[in-house]
Write a protein that binds this ligand. Structure first.
Ligand SMILES: N[C@H](CCC[C@H](N)C(=O)O)C(=O)O
Length: 278
């Protein structure tokens, strides 16, 4: 079975196209192939499948075998793959996702290949029970949460997948491993959660480091960057357009006031193609 290895700011994926449905053991396949010593190594396994409501369907399986409803960096990688590999010849395409509906995607070319991608990530979900969290409020903003005797305050945002955004003094040097795993599985999040630690530098620039649900510390998280911008607007900390600077690089995020949609712009790169022999 052939695959391609692509990444969005170092958040990397094994991409498989040409199938009509997920293999029944896709969870075990993702665990095996994403292993960075015994497999190919990646944060996730992505299938490009046919769709009845969009140009393509994307399914994303985390490296722990759990399926995610949406993935911002992966949708940019999928969009690059289908254009660069000649599966489509348009630069405005649509991609069906499991948990965020059909997304409009704009491809920006350089020397005939996709260099950056602008994705309409849809409307953020802010209702506490719908994110989901156990907090029954219309919006969960600066809400207290305690882990191991330390109190944080978080803002909950879903981009199809759940996010917990926490503001800290120095996100770049924050001890992700100490607190990320505990918050990921906190009982306040019925479907677990992606955790973003953020430091706002000014109204158009934030630093963010992420502990991802089902994948751990990644170099970048597209949906997490969208959640960070939405949270920062709700907390009065940034304007509706800002750069979210991640360990792997920068994403430009806009939360459009007119249509309430969040737009994410960033790169996607293909590193190699290969064949899975077992
Ligand atoms: N681990 C995430 C899925 C990948 C999201 C991230 N890689 C992105 O770019 O949005 C989850 O379980 O919700």
């Amino acid at each position: 079975m052939n695959f391609s290895k692509l990444h969005g700011l170092g958040n990397d994926f094994i991409v498989i196209a040409g199938h009509h449905e997920l293999p029944t053991d896709v969870d075990q396949l993702a665990i095996r192939l994403c292993n960075r010593f015994f497999g190919i190594g990646a944060d996730g396994l992505v299938y490009i499948l046919p769709s009845e409501q969009a140009d393509f369907k994307m399914r994303i399986i985390n490296s722990d075998g759990t399926e995610a409803e949406q993935c911002g960096n992966a949708i940019r990688c999928v969009s690059k793959y289908v254009y660069d590999h000649g599966l489509i010849d348009r630069t405005e395409i649509t991609v069906e996702t499991l948990g965020a509906g059909v997304q409009q995607v704009q491809l920006n070319l350089q020397d005939g290949k996709v260099s950056t991608v602008r994705v309409d990530m849809g409307q953020p979900i802010l209702n506490g029970l719908q994110v989901p969290t156990t907090v029954d409020e219309a919006q969960v903003v600066h809400h207290p949460i305690e882990v191991d005797g330390r109190e944080f305050h978080f803002t909950a945002v879903s981009m199809g997948n759940p996010h917990c955004v926490i503001y800290v003094e120095d996100a770049v040097n924050f001890d992700l491993a100490a607190w990320g795993p505990k918050l990921e599985v906190h009982p306040m999040f019925p479907r677990k959660v992606n955790v973003e630690f953020v430091t706002v530098r000014d109204r158009a620039y934030t630093d963010m480091r992420v502990w991802e649900r089902g994948a751990g510390p990644t170099l970048a998280c597209g949906t997490g960057a969208c959640a960070t911008l939405v949270s920062s607007v709700l907390n009065g900390l940034t304007d509706r357009e800002a750069t979210v600077s991640l360990k792997g690089g920068d994403l430009f995020i806009e939360w459009n006031e007119a249509d309430n949609h969040v737009y994410m712009t960033g790169p996607a790169e293909e590193v190699y193609t290969g064949t899975i022999v077992k």
